[in-house]
Design a protein around this ligand. Structure first.
Ligand SMILES: [Zn+2]
Length: 400
């Protein structure tokens, strides 16, 4: 809706006052949720608590879907459009990590305090401000605390939401609150394909069976080829061989060796090309080793096992959702820049659904480390919350 009309609407002004006045509660919510650990695939306890908090924040219809996402539905006045606002429940930290929050002045320190526990608290602050002031929107709003955003989770929460769950095919715009600062809007998706590439062979004695095919040779050949693959600089496209393993003993020709490979691109086209090129290198390495050595005891074979796949999508810089978001943030003094990253927004962006990853406060650092911190200076924090409220309501519209 028209931004100046929104910003001067009495209903908006009341909600803005409420979200600003609720800042201490917002900080308290961050502490409460951070101290409930949420390792990958262990989001359950935090999800349970969040569901209770979301209901207390005034969302009448709260449920948990089959993937473990907590969903809170807030009906609008019946435009038929549905706007999802999300933050992720999981952190990168394994079970057993101490997540007790330490406060020093205006900084909170704890693993996961910013990524993305602060985002979860933003959802609660938004819901509470709307409920407290009886604000009614044109579009329906779906609050989503999702599972599986971080590495091993492979966006399973988002995949379920957009492709299988009750709201699949029904979400018209998507916001995720997951950034360190308000100045960056992520509207592009870095895609990744991750594989464990294994080479197997008959194996044997290193001395007695010398001459037979050796899967380590095929692996080496594959990696040498990978290192030389040409990839475009723009859109940025990358590959990396990371973890290696296999073999049983220094005096044995291995039966199996493997390597983990991470392929990425900001664009689905080059990512698919890189994927194809990698597969050809594997085939070629197998053929080369089978041609070089004796296969009398058995031949080399390869297996490419997917261990992660995040779809890419080009940077979105236009359209109503983007324009409204940029304008709303600008109205609160946040000058934004577009960026591409790997976030929950990958899934909607790859499906052609307008999606934006927002910041959820004014400063943060040390994400994915035990020294993670966020700034909770009230003035700046209140401005960030008000700007987030404005952006969501600019897209969801007020009902007249
Ligand atoms: Zn995150």
């Amino acid at each position: 809706m028209d931004l100046s009309a929104l910003l001067s609407d009495p209903a908006f002004r009341r909600a803005e006052t409420a979200i600003t006045a609720g800042f201490d509660r917002f900080v308290q919510d961050i502490v409460t949720l951070t101290e409930i650990a949420a390792p990958p695939f262990g989001e359950g306890p935090r999800a349970e608590k969040f569901a209770i908090m979301l209901a207390e924040a005034g969302i009448a219809s709260v449920s948990t879907d089959a993937a473990g996402n907590v969903l809170g539905f807030r009906a609008g006045q019946g435009s038929g459009q549905l706007i999802a606002v999300a933050a992720h429940l999981d952190t990168v930290f394994p079970a057993g990590t101490d997540t007790k929050v330490r406060r020093e002045g205006n900084r909170l320190f704890a693993p996961g305090v910013g990524d993305d526990t602060r985002g979860l608290a933003v959802l609660l602050a938004l819901a509470r401000a709307m409920a407290e002031t009886g604000l009614s929107t044109r579009d329906d709003i779906l609050f989503v605390a999702d599972v599986g955003e971080e590495g091993p989770g492979d966006l399973r929460g988002m995949r379920h939401l957009f492709q299988e769950g009750a709201y699949a095919g029904k979400i018209d715009a998507f916001f995720t609150f997951d950034g360190a600062t308000m100045e960056t809007l992520v509207t592009g998706a870095i895609g990744s394909h991750r594989y464990r590439v294994s080479f197997t062979g008959p194996g044997g004695h290193s001395f007695n069976d010398f001459g037979i095919v050796n899967p380590s040779n095929a692996l080496g050949d594959f990696l040498a080829g990978l290192a030389r693959l040409p990839v475009p600089r723009e859109p940025r496209t990358t590959f990396s061989a990371s973890v290696l393993g296999g073999g049983t003993s220094i005096n044995a020709i291995p039966q199996a060796v493997w390597v983990d490979v991470d392929l990425r691109s900001a664009d689905p086209g080059p990512l698919a090309e890189l994927d194809g090129a990698m597969r050809r290198l594997v085939e070629r390495a197998v053929a080369a080793e089978n041609g070089r050595g004796s296969t009398a005891k058995g031949a080399i074979a390869a297996d490419i096992k997917p261990v992660g796949k995040r779809p890419a999508a080009p940077l979105l810089t236009a359209g109503r959702v983007i324009a409204e978001s940029v304008a709303a943030l600008a109205a609160y003094g946040f000058e934004t820049q577009f960026a591409a990253s790997s976030t929950d927004a990958n899934i909607p962006l790859s499906l052609g659904i307008p999606a934006v990853m927002f910041g959820c406060g004014t400063a943060a650092g040390g994400a994915h480390t035990l020294e993670e911190w966020i700034e909770v200076e009230p003035k700046a924090g209140q401005r960030a919350l008000a700007a987030s409220l404005a952006a969501v309501l600019a897209v969801a519209g007020l009902s007249s």
